[in-house]
Design a binder for this molecule. Structure first.
Ligand code: PNW
Length: 491
C-alpha cells in the first residue's frame, strides 16, 4: 500500500522529558523534585532506577542535538526542569541563574542547527520544596500561583527564542498515577499497599483541578503579557486511549466506552478547550468529590484560549460496562479495560510493554473524535513504542527495530486518514529521541529511536531513527489521494 499523504507544511521531530534524560541532579544549584524523592525513598517502586545520571544529557546535549540533525528532525520537544529554574519552586523563592544558563545553551544550540524548540513546562518533576511546604498539587490555590510565576520566568528568559509552549504533560497521569494508584511520584494512594497513604477518593480530582487552573494561569498570562510581543503558540498535552465497546451488540458497552473517554480526556479538555464544566458523567459518579469551578475560575479559563491540542497517543482498549455501583476509589468511570473483546479479538499487536498494543486504526478514530469534539488544531506530541523483547536485547539486536518502523508508518498513515476525515493535524513528535528512564518501569523498557548503553552512555541509532525522515518525505511530497471517504466514529 502506498503511504497516505500528509500536509506539505507538517512539522515533525522527536520528544524527551528532563528527568528521563538529564541526570546531573545535584549540579549547578538544581533543587530536588518529587521524582528524586520517589526513586530514592523506595527504589523497588522504580525497579531500582533513579534519574541521578539517566542519559547524562545535561553534559552530552551537543551530541544529542547532533543526532537530531542526523535524523533530519525540524523540531525537538523537551521539558524544562522547574527545580533547575526555581530550586525551591515557590513564587517568592530565588531564580537560579545557572539553571537558566543550561536551557539558554540548549535552545541556542538547537537554533544553531536550524531545529525549532518545543518546550514543555511541566513533565512531572514538581519541586520537592513546594510539595513539602503546602502539599504541592493538593493545594489548588497555592500551586497555580507558583506555576504561573515559574511560567512567567520561562517566557521572560526564553520566549525571545521559544515560540511553542506546552504547559503541562498528561495531567491525567499526574493525577491518577501520582495520587490514585500511587505508581508515580509522589506515590500517594489508599488502594496500593506500597504507597504513601493518601485518599484516593478525593486527591486525584483535587490535583486535576490544580493542574487545570495552573494551565489556565500560565496560558492567560501568555495571552495577556507575552503573545503580542513574542508571537508564539501555547497548548497542553493530554494523553488518552480510544475505547471500543467490549461487546459490540451491547449498548451499555458503547456508553462505557464513551464514559471512559470522558473520564480520560473530557475531564481536562472540557475546561481547557471549551471553558466548560467537567463532563456530566463525571459529576454523576463522583458527586461532591469532584471540585467545582467558581465564576472566577471560568473567567480565567475563558482568558486561557489556546492554540493547539497536544495529543499523546500510544494505544487503545476495549471498554466493558461494570454494571455495579462504582467504588469511591474508582477513577476509570466504572469501566473494565480489556485488550480482547467478547469474541476474543485482540485490540492490536503486542509491543514490548504490557499496556501498549499497536492500534493505528483506532488512532485515526481518536484523532477525528478529538478534533470534532474540541475543535483545536492537533499536534501529536508523543507517539511510539518498545519492540517486543527489546528489554532483553543487546545493542546489535535492538537496532533492528522493525516493529517500531512499522508502528510509526502505520500511525503516520492514520494521521493522514484523519486529515482526510477533515481533522486539522499539524505536527508529530516521536517518543522518544533515545532510550531513557521509563519512570516506574526503570531503564528496562526502551522507547527510544536511539539505543542508550547505560554502562558507557554510548548512543547508537536504531533503524527507525534513520527511516523516519524518509517516511515523512514520502508522505509530505505526494498529492493527497482520496480513499473511501471519512470514517464514521462507530465503524
Ligand atoms: C507518557 N499508560 O506516559 C509520558 O509522557 C512519557 O514521559 C513516557 O515515557 C511515555 O508516555 C511512555 O510511557 C505514559 O499506562 C505512561 O497508559 C503510561 C501510560 C501512558 C502514558
Amino acid at each position: 500500500m502506498s503511504p497516505v499523504s500528509l500536509p506539505s507544511d507538517f512539522e515533525w521531530g522527536f520528544a524527551t522529558a528532563a528527568y528521563q534524560i538529564e541526570g546531573a541532579v545535584d549540579e549547578d544549584g538544581r533543587g530536588k523534585s518529587i521524582w528524586d524523592t520517589f526513586c530514592h525513598l523506595q527504589p523497588t517502586r522504580t525497579k531500582g532506577a533513579d534519574g541521578d545520571v539517566a542519559c547524562d544529557h545535561y553534559h552530552r546535549y551537543e551530541e544529542d542535538l547532533d543526532l537530531l540533525s542526523r535524523y533530519g528532525a525540524a523540531s525537538y520537544r523537551f521539558s524544562i526542569s522547574w527545580s533547575r529554574i526555581i530550586p525551591l519552586g515557590g513564587r517568592d523563592d530565588p531564580v537560579n541563574e545557572a539553571g537558566i544558563a543550561f536551557y539558554d545553551k540548549l535552545i541556542d544550540a538547537l537554533l544553531a542547527r536550524g531545529i525549532t524548540p518545543w518546550v514543555t513546562l511541566y513533565h512531572w518533576d514538581l519541586p520537592q520544596g513546594i510539595h513539602d511546604r503546602y502539599g504541592g498539587w493538593l493545594n489548588v490555590e497555592e500551586s497555580q500561583l507558583d506555576f504561573e510565576r515559574y511560567a512567567k520566568v520561562c517566557y521572560e528568559r526564553f520566549g525571545d527564542r521559544v515560540k511553542n509552549w506546552i504547559t503541562i504533560n498528561e495531567p491525567w497521569i499526574v493525577s491518577i498515577f501520582g495520587y490514585g494508584n500511587g505508581w508515580n511520584a509522589p506515590g500517594r494512594s489508599s488502594i496500593n499497599p506500597m504507597a504513601v497513604q493518601g485518599d484516593t477518593s478525593t486527591e486525584p480530582w483535587i490535583v486535576g483541578k490544580a493542574l487545570i487552573m495552573s494551565h489556565a494561569r500560565a496560558t492567560s498570562l501568555y495571552n495577556r503579557d507575552f503573545r503580542h510581543s513574542q508571537k508564539g503558540k501555547i497548548g497542553i498535552s493530554l494523553n488518552g486511549d480510544y475505547y471500543e465497546p467490549w461487546d459490540s451488540q451491547d449498548r451499555r458497552d458503547y456508553e462505557a466506552a464513551e464514559r471512559r473517554m470522558e473520564f480520560h480526556i473530557g475531564w481536562f479538555a472540557n475546561p481547557v478547550c471549551l471553558a466548560q464544566d467537567y463532563p456530566e458523567c463525571m459529576r454523576a459518579q463522583l458527586g461532591e468529590r469532584l471540585p467545582h469551578f467558581t465564576e472566577s475560575d471560568f473567567a480565567l479559563l475563558r482568558n486561557a484560549d489556546m492554540d493547539f491540542y497536544g495529543m499523546n497517543y500510544y494505544t487503545s482498549q476495549y471498554a466493558q460496562n461494570r454494571g455495579t455501583i462504582p467504588l469511591d476509589t474508582d477513577f476509570l468511570g466504572n469501566v473494565n479495560e480489556l485488550q480482547e473483546n467478547k469474541d476474543g479479538m485482540s485490540i492490536g499487536e503486542k509491543s514490548g510493554v504490557s499496556w501498549l498494543r499497536s492500534t493505528p486504526n483506532l488512532f485515526r478514530k481518536h484523532l477525528t473524535r478529538v478534533y470534532r469534539k474540541y475543535g483545536k488544531p492537533i499536534y501529536v506530541t508523543e507517539n511510539g513504542c518498545p519492540c517486543p523483547g527489546e528489554d532483553k536485547m543487546t545493542c546489535e539486536e535492538a537496532v533492528n527495530d522493525d516493529y517500531r518502523v512499522q508502528y510509526f508508518a502505520d500511525h503516520l498513515d492514520a494521521i493522514g486518514r484523519s486529515c482526510e476525515d477533515g481533522s486539522d493535524i499539524r505536527g508529530y513528535f516521536a517518543w522518544s529521541l533515545m532510550d531513557n528512564l521509563e519512570w516506574s518501569d526503570g531503564y528496562g523498557v526502551r522507547f527510544g529511536v536511539t539505543f542508550t548503553d547505560y554502562d558507557t552512555l554510548e548512543r547508537t541509532p536504531k533503524r527507525s531513527a534513520l527511516l523516519l525522515k524518509k517516511m515523512f518525505d514520502e508522505r509530505m511530497s505526494t498529492t493527497r489521494e482520496h480513499d473511501a471517504g471519512p470514517v464514521g466514529l462507530n465503524d
